[in-house]
Design a protein around this ligand. Structure first.
Ligand code: C2E
Ligand code: MG
Ligand code: MG
Length: 433
């Protein structure tokens, strides 16, 4: 900073701890001197909530109590506040046992409440913290370090982990891999290079394939294949999912528009529950239908229950509006742990897709078989059809039919395939009839 002494120590006014500028200056100084460091990150997770619930005075008091504790927690470690709810400790590299013991001790301390002495009262506040131990690499830049910290916090959040996290080589590799995947996805969104595979779905009543699901595929610039199971959840977190979905939707509309005589009635496209509430959603769908001269009745939209928002009234409006154009919705992945019946009952889904985990359960025990039968009855009562997902064996096919599941999707009948293969597949089916 202009006019500032590079060695000047600056402090966070709230806690009196050294601040972010000093933290990175200290890290750089260690690196320049060739000294490694152990760093402990303490990410507070409930500060906002505490501020909202008890007022900012309590939140500030809590921060000061935690700062006071960290300042005295180990004489070899300096404490910093580097962001609103992010505190760090920097200490010597030599003693690994010491830093491990220290990290565990901090984590344990956070299981107890903190006394807040402001306003002459004594509040006890339970604060949660993620505690991460990083052996600092001297070549890490400031950005590298911030990335690592953010990644460590996201690991805690994703996996709802407890305890202490050690940021070793494994986690570093995960982070780099994740960065690589996101760069490839970003590139593919810019260039529109995703490929679309189609998986035919067998209709048990009609005894033929009447629909298909579109599934996105990504081959990276260096020729590697990335699984959507891996990059879709990441893209959902990073906001890239929107770009992917519209590319897929456009490609599917182009394919369907170009093949009016395709012997399958509908193709479904996966979207997220948040997306359909976007104010441009309906218009963009209409634009695609017009552009490719496609009748909406050939298109279906799948959303996973995980992403359906609670705002049922708004979701319902969008569904009803698109239903007027013949576009109906499927509820995807029913039975994956997010499921409850509320969205099934509140929203006009045409189809409920029973996840592979339910289908497996169905053939494992009598109880499983009965439960699936009852669930199917409930869905049918609600005018929903059922697609059994992930069906791989003849036993599963028989159980699905016995329980009156309407359609079957799975490797037993067909794997997802590129459009040329789909055409050949459907043609062969027609000939063999
Ligand atoms: P999903 O929508 O539930 O799609 C079904 C997944 O099950 C597909 O995995 C499909 O290949 C796989 N599958 C089908 N039959 C079988 C089977 O018999 N056995 C097994 N083990 N698996 C089977 P895929 O293509 O890897 O996609 C994974 C997930 O990624 C999808 O699950 C969906 O949630 C997401 N996804 C894929 N394409 C898109 C897309 O275009 N947009 C969005 N938003 N998500 C997508
Ligand atoms: Mg799906
Ligand atoms: Mg599914």
């Amino acid at each position: 900073m202009a006019g500032k002494d590079a060695n000047e120590i600056t402090y966070d006014s709230m806690t009196g701890l050294k601040d972010r500028v000093t933290f990175f200056a200290d890290v750089r100084r260690s690196a320049a001197a060739g000294q490694g460091r152990h760093m402990v990150l303490i990410q507070l997770t409930q500060l906002m909530r505490i501020n909202r619930k008890h007022g900012a005075t309590v939140g500030d008091g809590l921060l000061r109590a935690i700062a006071e504790y960290l300042r005295g927690v180990d004489p070899a470690y300096s404490a910093y506040r580097i962001a609103n709810s992010r505190l760090t400790l920097l200490g010597p590299e030599d003693d690994r046992t010491r830093v491990e013991e220290l990290t565990a001790r901090i984590q344990k301390r956070f299981q107890e409440p903190w006394p807040i002495e402001d306003r002459g009262e004594l509040h006890e506040v339970q604060a949660k913290a993620f505690v991460v131990h990083f052996p600092l690499k001297l070549r890490d830049t400031e950005n590298d370090l911030v990335d690592k910290m953010n990644y460590a916090v996201s690991v805690f959040q994703d996996k709802a982990r407890e305890g202490v996290l050690f940021f070793g080589e494994g986690l570093n590799e995960d982070m780099l891999h994740r960065r690589y995947v996101m760069e490839e996805v970003r590139y593919a969104v810019e260039q529109g290079t995703f490929q679309i595979y189609y998986q035919p779905i067998y209709d048990c009543g009609e005894g033929r394939f009447t629909s298909a699901e579109s599934l996105v595929r990504l081959v990276t610039r260096d020729g590697a294949f990335l699984s959507p199971g891996e990059f879709i959840p990441m893209a959902e977190e990073n906001g890239l999912i929107d770009g992917i979905s519209w590319i897929v939707l456009e490609k599917v509309c182009r394919f369907l528009g170009g093949h009016p005589g395709l012997p399958i009635g509908t193709v479904s496209v996966n979207m997220t529950g948040q997306q359909i509430l976007d104010s441009t959603f309906i218009r963009r769908i209409e634009e695609n239908l017009e552009k490719y001269r496609l009748d909406g009745s050939r298109l279906r939209i799948e959303i996973t229950e995980r992403t359906v928002t609670d705002d049922f009234a708004e979701v319902r409006k969008v569904m009803e509006c698109l239903a007027l154009k013949g576009i109906h919705f499927y509820l995807d992945d029913f039975g994956t742990g997010y499921s409850n019946l509320s969205s099934v009952l509140a929203l006009p889904f045409e189809v409920i897709k029973f996840d592979q985990s339910l289908i497996r359960m169905m053939v494992e025990t009598d109880k499983g078989l009965k439960t699936i039968g009852l669930l199917a009855e409930i869905m049918h009562e609600n005018d929903c059809s059922i697609v059994a997902e992930g069906v791989e064996t003849e036993v599963q096919v028989r159980s699905a039919q016995e329980r009156r599941l309407d359609r079957i999707q799975g490797f037993y009948y067909a794997k997802p395939m590129p459009e040329e293969d789909l055409m050949v597949f459907l043609e062969n089916m027609r000939k063999n009839k």
